[in-house]
Design a protein around this ligand. Sequence first.
Ligand SMILES: *Cc1c(COP(=O)(O)O)cnc(C)c1O
Length: 378
Amino acid sequence: MNATYDGPRLALDFDALAHNWRTVCAAGMGQPVGAVVKNDAYGLGVAAVVPRLWALGCREFWVATLHEALAVRHSLRDAAAGAARILVLNGLAGTRPEDFAAQGLTPVLTGPHELAPLAGYAARTGARLPVAVHLDTGLTRLGFGAAQLPALQPQGALWRDAQVTHWVTHLGRFHDPEAPQCLLQRERFVEWTRQLPAALRSIATSSSVFAGPGWHFDHARVGSALWGVPASQRATPMLRPVASLHAPVLRVADVPAGTEVGYAGSYTTPGPRRIATVALGYGDGLPFSLVNRGYLVLAGRHVPIVGGVAMGMVAVDVSACAPGEVRPGMWAEVYGAQQSVQALAAAAGVAANVLLALSARLAPRSAAWQEEAPEVVA
Ligand SMILES: *Cc1c(COP(=O)(O)O)cnc(C)c1O
């Protein structure tokens, strides 16, 4: 790229990623930890994040789709790519088991309807595909329920046609593992897997991995915590934010009382104000709900968002800053060291991962920027 990059800049702190990885592994007390990197690593970018996790010792990656799995393989160099175990949470999802076998991928089966394609594959090739299996203990989303457990017994077709590596279940109240509903789900998980042949039992995620040995079983699969986004209502160890997002100031204007700011007068200045226009909008993933809500950070100060969120712009009131302190060409922090992604997400009325996920479209563009200018400009 020859021109200077002027779009929103997503930057990643890999020291923070290393810190969070070690914190999660320490909490897991030796059980294997897989990194959940679905939705382009929650928006941070698989290409940037997966090789770093590999270098930290992560050998297992969980994604939602076959295509995401291929992106994970592609992000790793030859030897690492071959050795990484990649599990696909959406299961076969209508694709052919051959596609998984060819790439050494493991589908996480979503229900009994996936047994027939596995049988077809075994008949065609004589091979048993490695699979993990979702158990639906209460989320009512994916997996085999209580009535379908007989299909998983050793004498059933599953074991004739496939090799089970993990039993997987997911909590409905993942942010609160001590909730009675979660305890019931765990009870079912224990009870059901007791009746089934041995495979790694995986229930712990970003929240429950910190909730003590009662949640560890044989395995943890962790996403949010690796990016420094707390997934728990309860106290968790210090995690450090990995992602930060900045956007440039385009203009600063002093306006009199009674001035409409943005479309349809969604804000009218109650007195003389200084308004900065920042180049970030819903097209970049800024939630539309931030009309007259929430803050950006400029010149070390939290400055309130005023007016609406346009496709590529938003206004902030910088009257509290000294005249000339905020200038066009400065970079406003959207989230990062001074404002957590959780804080802005709370103002928008969404979960932190929603805001993070929206940066998915920024990651590839930001990668181009980072090649051009590795320094993070605040
Ligand atoms: C997204 C997801 C995870 C990761 O959850 P975090 O709270 O981000 O760690 C784990 N398991 C399943 C089934 C998921 O869909």
